[in-house]
Design a protein around this ligand. Structure first.
Ligand SMILES: Nc1nc2c(c(=O)[nH]1)N[C@H]1C(S)=C(S)[C@@H](COP(=O)(O)O)O[C@H]1N2
Ligand SMILES: [Mo]
Length: 197
């Protein structure tokens, strides 16, 4: 398996702030879910990417696990103002999943088991910035945190990191997902405090 680490070599200079504006540090890992926790077994789990022309590529759990799983060391920032620094995840890069896919769509809608959606520009999912995460701090991802697998897009506010992710639909327009329709920002960069519209 390919090993990849991020953050170890990308230390901020001491003068740079570690916390985006308006955030506070927490040691807990709060659970924030808009509905009940879907229980999805790895046997029935499937992840798919559907392009703007309707072409569908899908991975079973076994197929996902056969891809390179990367180590990710990253800070996470929730729009409700908590941040955690230096969290450790393992997951498959979206670069890997998107590598065989022909698309010119600028945006993706992430869909979750349970119906949650969130829109993310495709550029924000490429370039080593986003993963389908399956482990947190050395353990299988707990169901309440999105297990068996969640999107991890840690450079954007954490609502973009769709729990129980089941696929991406690539689209021409950056249409709003669940929280975005309810007033959250389309983009969600914590360093620019893109919280709401
Ligand atoms: N499917 C799904 N994904 C979701 C959510 C949700 O309600 N449903 N909440 C989002 C929000 S607002 C946040 S802050 C994080 C919380 O992740 P956690 O519960 O693991 O802390 O998940 C995001 N992903
Ligand atoms: Mo959130």
């Amino acid at each position: 398996m390919a090993e990849f680490s991020r953050g170890f070599g990308a230390r901020r200079r001491a003068s740079e702030p570690q916390l985006p504006p308006g955030q506070y540090l927490t040691d807990d890992f709060p659970v924030l879910s808009a509905g009940p926790t879907p229980r999805v077994s790895t046997q029935e789990w499937e992840f798919s990417i559907v392009t703007e022309s309707g072409e569908r590529t899908s991975w079973s759990w076994q197929e996902l696990m056969a891809l390179p799983v990367e180590d990710i060391r990253t800070d996470i920032h929730c729009v409700t103002r908590w941040s955690k620094l230096g969290t450790h995840w393992r997951g498959v890069s979206l670069d890997t999943l998107l590598s065989g896919i022909e698309t010119t769509a600028p945006s993706a809608m992430a869909h979750s088991y349970g119906g949650y959606t969130t829109n993310v520009p495709l550029d924000e999912l490429r370039g080593g910035k986003a993963w389908v995460a399956v482990e947190f701090e050395g353990e299988q991802l707990a169901p309440e945190h999105g297990g068996p697998a969640r999107l991890l897009v840690p450079h954007l506010y954490f609502w973009k990191s769709a729990k129980w992710v089941r696929g991406l639909v690539l689209q021409e327009h950056d249409d709003p997902g669940f929280w975005e329709q309810n007033g959250y920002n389309l983009h969600g960069d914590p360093w620019r405090e893109e919280r709401y519209w």
